[in-house]
Design a protein around this ligand. Structure first.
Ligand SMILES: NC(=O)c1ccc[n+]([C@@H]2O[C@H](COP(=O)([O-])OP(=O)(O)OC[C@H]3O[C@@H](n4cnc5c(N)ncnc54)[C@H](OP(=O)(O)O)[C@@H]3O)[C@@H](O)[C@H]2O)c1
Length: 732
């Protein structure tokens, strides 16, 4: 499918794989998407600037500034320079454009009840309702379009809802007066809403007299061309019988704070100033005080926007508590179009095809465009059969399967990577593409988002990329898969991969609960494919050495993890997606002791810090003591409130008068028979490379350190037990 992407400040048409819907998403074949001229123009102008200027701009934000200084402190000047440059490149490295569109549902996710294939819908959301032939959108950002409303008008529903939300926030009453400053697309929609829906006396103000004429045609009671501020104030005072307006809405986009201050001057005593547009808000405090004016900055299309629970998980707010959510605003906006209270046709000055879009955007940023409403049209008919193509062939020819395809000896292992986010890019890929390039050949990469997919596939040097990981599982040329998706998908994909007969390298945790683990183990028993879970600590050269040194039991072990704070909004902390840090991270340290001690845990106790607030997550500060059947005792001290200066991991092992200390997997001290030996690695090595190496040996039929699958299953069971005990602590 085709999508508009911004690359280095230029809009290009990209051929991307078709999207696959997530559980609560629908895939829509867009008939039209609406261009939000002001917003998109400033985005493009911003993307055109050099990386240094963007970074300097980011540093104006206090939070970004403190993050930048932290990076500088941690990585030094050169390290920080690299990070900042990378960050700025990622800002313009393939940004989707657009946030308001309409089309037909062609595919639905497993959890979707509200929509059917064939439904006519309007969609919202940057990163979702993009200028693309196909889009995957969560259900709370999608509404059905009434039969009598055509899709061209409906494609403006999200943009129109921005104006509607601002008017709702103003609480303007029938008979009151509203001044709308800035009559671009949103301003002209606001004019119609103020007049025809909210029954207010409507005054349109703009520097462009043509737009003022249009505002009057659309129902404005008064149109004032902004020549001198004094004249505007006098006219408004006259129209409002000397009182001033009840509400002033600023819908202009400018770097000047004049529109906001003009709005304030036009207000009556205790009037409301509502800001929609991207303008600086340097208001005259004295005048605000004198009028006791209210300042409201209106956010997007309404409540629900930017709330992951609402947008991504599709959980609605009860209507009794939140009457006008963003979705209900969009529905009501479409009703106003149906009732002819809003005319969009008179605002749509141009409809272009996606192929014409790059030159249109060039014109837009050169400042020559005089359009108000512009829509991009697509040939949706080619997708209505529902046949999608999730795969895009990248530069190389495809792998040829020889008659000895299943025999890996003498050739590289053909790998499919499912999920290629930060961990794969920063840790696994550099190893696969350098050190282990003679062992593995990356055939395919799968990610969720179409625009990430091609990038990730190219970075990995894959033959193709796909947004449907099942294509990788069904590809007979692929021997093994690496699964590095969010935690809630691991068990399901592992079960499918086992059924497809693939060898599996899955990221931890293997499953999020006992039930998922049971399903994985059942599938494995039916088809025992080679499988390993990325409990990489057991493959660190220092861990292997420690195991070699320590044959005597019992062992007294301490594992201290200075984990660092992770806010509750991070996906790992989401109970349904990441499962929290115990399942997501503590499982590593459980597995470490499972490897070092072995046997069975006979007693387990846990304690958590009895404090839960914005800075301390109780469950992230715990002590776990495990007693093993050979009398070994091991403890894990995992906390998120330590200093960032302190190295993350520290292990002590003691047995029969000997001791081993592992410091952050870079140094190991062995104390034995009155002497101390130190092993110092050149770089920290937590075992990722060795693990991939051992996996390759397993697949090639060589002697390998990959343990029986049951050992990993047991590590997960102990982790679930820790989680259960934590839940049972009365105070949590
Ligand atoms: N062993 C270790 O020491 C270690 C350390 C860190 C992380 N990890 C593990 O690595 C895994 C990934 O973590 P991360 O930090 O890299 O997360 P991330 O940056 O969010 O990456 C997740 C990746 O999964 C993709 N994805 C999501 N749903 C998918 C689907 N249905 N089909 C195909 N791809 C899908 C995403 O696609 P998009 O890019 O299109 O969104 C993204 O590429 C997690 O399991 C984590 O626990 C392990």
């Amino acid at each position: 499918m085709k999508q508009l992407i911004v690359e280095s400040g230029r809009v290009v048409v990209k051929e991307l794989p078709d999207p696959t819907p997530d559980i609560y998403e629908v895939v829509v074949a867009n008939a039209y998407s609406a261009v939000s001229i002001g917003t998109e123009r400033s985005m493009l102008l911003n993307a055109k600037r050099g990386w240094l200027s963007k970074i300097l701009d980011m540093l104006k934000n206090e939070e970004m500034r403190s993050k930048a200084f932290e990076t500088l402190k941690r990585k030094g000047l050169i390290g920080a320079y690299r990070t900042w440059k990378q960050l700025s490149q990622s800002i313009d490295g393939g940004m989707p454009l657009g946030y308001s569109s309409a089309g037909y549902v062609i595919s639905i996710g497993k959890g979707v009840r509200e929509f059917d294939v064939g439904d006519r819908v309007a969609c919202a959301g940057a990163g979702y309702a993009s200028h693309a032939e196909l889009i995957a959108v969560p259900v709370n950002l999608v509404v059905k379009v009434p039969d009598s409303v055509d899709l061209l008008e409906a494609s403006f529903a999200a943009i129109g809802s921005i104006a509607l939300h601002a008017l709702r926030l103003s609480q303007v009453q029938p008979g009151e007066s509203v001044a709308i400053i800035g009559t671009g697309l949103i301003g002209l929609i606001a004019v119609q809403l103020a007049k025809n829906v909210f029954n207010a006396k409507t005054i349109a103000i703009d520097i462009d007299s043509e737009k003022i004429e249009l505002a009057k045609k659309l129902g404005a009671d008064k149109g004032i061309a902004l020549n001198s501020e004094k004249d505007v104030i006098n006219e408004v005072i006259e129209v409002t019988s000397g009182v001033g307006v009840d509400v002033a809405i600023v819908a202009a986009t400018t770097k000047s704070s004049k529109p906001v201050n003009l709005g304030l001057k036009l207000l009556r005593d205790r009037g409301k100033l509502v800001v929609i547009g991207d303008v600086p808000i340097n208001v005259n405090r004295e005048l605000m005080y004198k009028k006791e004016a209210a300042l409201i900055v209106s956010r997007s299309y309404g409540p629900g926007r930017y709330d992951e629970v609402y947008e991504v998980k599709g959980i609605d707010y009860p209507i009794g508590y939140v009457r006008w959510t963003l979705k209900r605003n969009m529905q009501s906006f479409l009703e106003f179009i149906k009732e002819r209270k809003i005319s969009l046709k008179s605002l749509i000055s141009k409809v272009i095809t996606i192929g014409e879009a790059p030159s249109f955007y060039e014109e837009l940023i050169s400042g020559r465009s005089k359009y108000i409403g512009v829509a991009i049209s697509y040939d949706e008919s080619k997708y209505l059969s529902g046949a999608l193509n999730h795969k895009v062939q990248l530069s190389k020819p495809e792998v040829q399967v020889s008659s000895t395809a299943k025999n890996i000896v003498g050739r590289r292992i053909r790998l499919g990577i499912i999920g290629a986010g930060s961990f794969i890019n920063n840790v696994i890929l550099p190893t696969l593409l350098n050190d282990l390039k003679d062992l593995y050949e990356i055939v395919a990469v799968s990610t969720k988002h179409p625009q990430h997919c091609i990038k990730a596939g190219k970075r990995a040097g894959a033959y193709y990329c796909t947004t449907d990981y099942r294509e990788i599982l069904n590809d007979e040329k692929i021997d093994a898969v690496i699964i590095a998706t969010p935690h809630n998908t691991h068990a399901e994909i592992v079960v499918e991969a086992i059924k497809a007969g693939k060898a599996i390298f899955v990221e931890k945790p293997l499953a999020l609960n006992e039930e998922e683990l049971e399903k994985v183990y059942e599938a494995y028993k039916n088809n025992p494919v080679p499988i390993t879970v990325d409990f990489n600590r057991r493959f660190s050269p220092l861990t292997l050495k420690a195991k070699e040194e320590f044959s005597s039991k019992p062992i007294y072990g301490i594992y201290r993890v200075n984990a660092g704070f992770l806010p509750l909004v991070h996906w790992v902390q989401d109970p349904e997606v990441g499962g929290g840090r115990i399942l997501g991270e503590v499982c590593h340290f459980v597995d470490f002791f499972n490897y070092i001690v072995g046997g069975r845990v006979v007693e387990l106790s846990v304690e958590a810090m009895p404090v839960d607030n914005v800075n301390i997550v109780a469950k992230d500060n715990i002590a776990v003591v495990m007693k093993w059947n050979d009398s070994s005792i091991t403890s894990i001290h995992y906390f998120a409130i330590g200093s960032t200066e302190l190295p993350k991991e520290y292990v002590e092992l003691h047995s029969s008068g000997s001791s081993i200390v592992i410091e952050d997997f870079i140094r190991m001290n062995i104390y034995r028979e009155g002497a101390k030996r130190t092993i110092k690695l050149k770089n920290q090595d937590k075992g990722h490379r060795n693990h991939l190496l051992e996996f390759a040996k397993l697949l090639r039929g060589e002697k390998s350190k990959i343990p029986p699958f049951e050992e990993y299953v047991y590590s997960m069971k102990i982790t679930f037990e820790i989680e259960k005990k934590l839940r049972n602590l009365a105070r949590l």
